[in-house]
Design a protein around this ligand. Structure first.
Ligand SMILES: [Zn+2]
Ligand SMILES: [Zn+2]
Length: 205
């Protein structure tokens, strides 16, 4: 795709939502593009579900562009630490599994060293500037990469995903705030919210 004209608006919107341009955001944009092309328009309700296997930058673009969002409950996060995204269209019963290729995120040694310095806050102003430039350059490369170099797209059998359900709320005996019944902790038979329960028991597991 061309990252500097028509799609520029998609990129700009994504940067505005996410806060910066980075390689991960670019991957999220590319994944969303495939999903909208293959599975249809952005989800207004729960007709489409995303199952994401990481919670990094790309998921912000996916939420913004596909309409599969944390708040609607049609974004399922499996904490597997993998660059894999599965989308299910419940209306057509079609599902896609998209995995990002190993070398898509490859960066040169200088970029990696700068990243380490920025992370442990030892980078100078000039190094931080150079890092930002390299990060944006890598992001633009991902936006322009041919699809088959970037990802593997497979049609899969849609797995059943539970619809977001509305639960009853119960009041915590300590703070008196309502808590969804499935998240209640019982202590001597009394209803507690998780923060109050953890404060009382010193247990934060
Ligand atoms: Zn980012
Ligand atoms: Zn409470």
């Amino acid at each position: 795709m061309n990252s500097d004209n028509v799609e520029g608006s998609v990129l700009e919107k994504s940067i505005r939502f996410h806060g910066h341009q980075c390689p991960g955001l670019a991957v999220g944009i590319r994944v969303s593009e495939v999903v909208l092309r293959e599975l249809g328009k952005p989800a207004r309700d729960e007709e489409m579900v995303a199952i994401v296997e990481n919670n990094s930058c790309g998921v912000d673009a996916i939420q913004l562009l596909t309409g599969c969002t944390f708040g609607k409950g049609n974004l399922v996060f499996n904490d597997f630490g993998k660059s894999v995204y599965t989308f299910i269209n419940r209306e057509t019963n079609k599902a896609l599994r998209i995995s990002i290729k190993k070398d898509a995120y490859d960066t040169d040694e200088e970029h990696r060293n700068l990243f380490a310095k920025v992370r442990d806050k030892s980078a100078t102003e000039a190094e931080r500037e150079l890092f930002t430039q390299k990060h944006i350059k890598k992001s633009n490369e991902i936006l322009d990469l041919p699809e088959d170099k970037l990802m593997i797209i497979e049609q899969v059998e849609p797995k059943p995903v539970q619809k977001a359900r509305i639960h009853e709320s119960l009041d915590c005996v300590v703070c008196n705030e309502p808590v969804m019944e499935t998240r209640v902790k019982l202590l001597n038979g009394d209803v507690h919210c998780i923060p109050c329960f953890e404060e009382l028991t010193g247990n934060n597991s």
